[in-house]
Write a protein of this length. Structure first.
Length: 219
């Protein structure tokens, strides 16, 4: 369609648009932003936000009037002028927008957004598992394998794998063997295990223990 110089954006009120829609004579195009549309909109309205308005995507329906609307009528008129500049004719916008529509007592839709489940923050642990320390600070930097460590310390491969996996706890004997090989304090590995176990226990049952056990005081 060629633009006519005298062509302007035609304004109609909410009641007229409502009648057209009731008689299946019009399609309503909402040019508000997606966030506004998601909060409340007129049933059946098509969303084409003004911020991304593209006249090439504007619907052409031969047997219906296409009516633009926004919140109060300003943006819909601007969108109409954009269409006219691209050669469209018979452009209609609803004066007063959705606010006037609601004042007239006409229906709107408010989508239900179910509350999102909030996950509890992940706990921050300061005492890593012994296996993590062993792998990251000793085996990795020294290019040692679990087999190398097993042979060097006189324990089975399964024991070393268990320590690395966190399924085998450090005993006093294991602490001595590791301490001898890596030249650490005798209780270094045992203390790592104790610190880790205490931290895990505080996380799991610390609050329950505080709630149920009252410290003994001297009489």
């Amino acid at each position: 369609m060629k633009i006519k110089k005298e062509n302007i954006v035609m304004s109609v009120d909410a009641a007229t648009v409502h009648d057209w829609i009731e008689n299946n004579e019009a399609l309503l195009v909402d040019v508000r932003e997606t966030s506004e549309f998601d909060k409340e909109h007129i049933p059946g309205a098509l969303l084409l936000p003004l911020s991304a308005f593209d006249p090439e995507l504007f619907p052409t329906i031969r047997d219906k009037k296409v009516v633009l609307h926004c919140a109060v009528g300003k943006r819909s008129e601007s969108a109409g002028k954009m269409l006219i500049n691209e050669g469209f004719v018979d452009i209609i916008h609803m004066t007063g927008g959705i606010e006037e529509w609601k004042k007239a007592g006409f229906e709107t839709e408010i989508p239900y957004h179910p509350p999102q489940e909030t996950k509890a923050p992940e706990p921050v642990f300061l005492c890593p598992p012994v296996g993590e320390v062993l792998q990251q600070e000793y085996l990795g930097p020294l290019n040692l394998t679990a087999n190398n460590l097993a042979d060097a310390t006189g324990v089975s491969y399964e024991v070393v794998e268990g320590i690395l996996a966190g399924t085998t706890a450090i005993t006093a004997e294991l602490s001595l063997r590791l301490a001898r090989y890596f030249s650490t304090a005798a209780d270094f590995w045992l203390q790592l295990q104790t610190d880790h176990d205490l931290e895990q226990a505080r996380y799991k049952v610390g609050s329950e223990i505080k709630a149920k056990i009252t410290p003994r005081v001297a009489s």
